[in-house]
Write a protein that binds this ligand. Structure first.
Ligand code: URP
Ligand code: ZN
Ligand code: ZN
Ligand code: ZN
Length: 477
């Protein structure tokens, strides 16, 4: 087996940092050593096949993006990144594992959705991948299917309090699924927005001629998120099911999570880079020659961007520091403006919902380190270690230690990146982050021992990535 020594860098984990060399044998990390260590009297460098110089750089566990939607049929079209293009873009950005959502839409069977997702992904991924299950309608068949989730390596599933007619579950359905989840030790993920009320608000706005993308965020008011988050918490409380609320954007929803956690309830929250950086005001002000006010469609996602004046973004950063929120995923759900987002010209309800940013998650979160919002350790924890623990992969993923998969990123704090659709690798004709200046740069990406990104060279190939059968969440056992 080929051996690699990553030398001279600062190894950063969720709990500390130290100058150390990392020895990789084949696909695994076999040792983390003090710099210049000798093994049986021999300088380590002499025996290894490849030496990777990480001097002046951070050596971190590969990023884990636990929320992506490749090839998702949604809003009358399909998310524009395939498993091939999406995992390649992830690799460029220092993410070495993704968890995508296998989809059951209302009225279809879970088993069929899962088989379809395996077929989409198998042989096409540059990095390792796992699945959550989207449950698009709780009926006796889907409840039975839950019995097989753990054996399939799918230990978490998502339900929707939003999107009536597509994915929506009512409170009774949610209650039944949570009862079963509590029994089986599965983690319930929730899209917490009051869909039926939002649909009424949205229809009223359109009737008033308020059809621009900005009104998407007005219809999906923070009250709709706070209320649904509270309802999800109470249903989870009643059933004893642990709860993970996805894509949290309203400060009031964070307050609900903090309240439940303070009482000892097993609830967790994830936010996304868009809710830390972008705002409803940005969306209102957006206009271009090509698209006019429809430019704002680039930032249509659910939950929506929130008002900066109301302080939601600052509150998200604070919650990441205080652990009221535990994770940052992207909810990568890319759609092009041309042919996709433009389906909603004249009616914001028809704009496919989603922002694509999985390539930039590590970079965007590293800016929190640069500004002092986060420590280096917290950066690693939010983007790799907690996702691994939350979703049953820790030990193999999320950590640099002997026995772990050699998923390693060498991050250059003195590097620089300018985000642009002209240079990104995601299959999107625009970037939600166009022109953003990033301090820091993903220099080298190693996936199970193979260097797949080396500076500006891409060395990965589709099929390198394997399906990860996940164990039960380590926060629950
Ligand atoms: O706008 C979003 N978030 N699109 C993806 C689907 C979802 O709700 O996660
Ligand atoms: Zn969602
Ligand atoms: Zn999503
Ligand atoms: Zn570089």
């Amino acid at each position: 087996m080929a051996t690699t020594l990553i030398t001279g860098g600062t190894v950063v984990s969720a709990t500390g940092r130290a100058a150390a060399d990392v020895l990789v044998d084949g696909e695994q990390i076999v040792a983390v050593l003090a710099p210049g260590s000798q093994l049986l009297g021999t300088d380590l460098r002499q025996g290894v096949d490849t030496v990777v110089d990480a001097a002046g750089k951070y050596v971190i566990p590969g990023g884990i993006d636990a929320h992506t939607h490749f090839e998702l049929p949604f809003g009358g079209t399909e998310a524009s990144d395939t498993f091939e293009s999406g995992t390649r873009a992830a690799a460029w950005g220092g993410t070495t594992t993704v968890i995508d959502f296998a989809v059951q839409t209302t009225g279809t069977r879970i088993e069929d959705g899962l088989a379809t997702w395996h077929a989409k992904a198998a042989g096409n991924c540059a990095i390792d991948y796992g699945f959550h299950q989207i449950m698009g309608g709780v009926d006796e068949f889907s409840l039975q299917a839950m019995d097989h989730f753990e054996a399939e390596g799918i230990t978490s599933f998502k339900m929707f309090m939003a999107y009536p007619g597509v994915f929506y579950s009512d409170d009774g359905q949610i209650l039944k699924a949570m009862q079963k989840a509590a029994e089986l030790g599965l983690l319930t993920m929730m899209h917490a927005e009051n869909g039926p009320a939002i649909d009424v608000l949205a229809a009223q706005l359109v009737e008033q001629g308020k059809t621009d993308p900005y009104y998407h965020g007005i219809a999906r008011a923070w009250q709709m998120e706070e209320e649904a988050t509270h309802r999800a918490i109470m249903l989870a409380n009643l059933t004893g099911a642990p709860l993970y609320v996805v894509h949290v954007s309203a400060k009031q929803a964070v307050e609900q999570l903090a309240w439940a956690r303070d009482k000892g309830q097993n609830v967790f929250g994830e936010t996304c880079p868009q809710y830390l950086y972008l705002s409803l005001e940005d969306q209102l002000g957006a206009s271009s020659e090509e698209w006019g006010a429809f430019e704002g469609a680039k930032w249509v996602c659910s939950t929506p961007l929130r008002s900066r004046e109301e302080g939601h973004q600052d509150h998200m950063w604070q919650a990441l520091r205080t652990n009221d929120l535990q994770m940052v995923s992207t909810d990568h759900c890319p759609f092009c403006m041309k042919g996709q987002k433009e389906l909603g010209r004249g009616d914001f309800r028809k704009i496919p919902n989603g922002i694509g940013s999985l390539e930039h998650r590590l970079d965007l979160m590293y800016q929190g380190v640069v500004t002092g919002e986060l420590t280096l350790e917290r950066w690693v924890e939010l983007t790799s270690t907690t996702p691994a623990r939350m979703f049953g992969m820790y030990g193999k993923k999320g950590v640099i230690q002997p026995g772990a998969d050699a998923d390693v990123v060498i991050y250059d704090p003195n590097g620089h990146t300018t985000i642009s659709a002209a240079t990104h690798h995601m299959n999107m004709d625009h970037s939600a982050w166009e022109g953003y200046e990033i301090d820091g740069h993903v220099d080298t990406v190693i996936s199970r021992g193979k260097v797949i990104v080396d500076g500006n060279r891409y060395l990965g190939s589709k099929g390198d990535g394997r399906y990860v059968k996940r164990a039960l969440s380590q926060y629950l056992t």
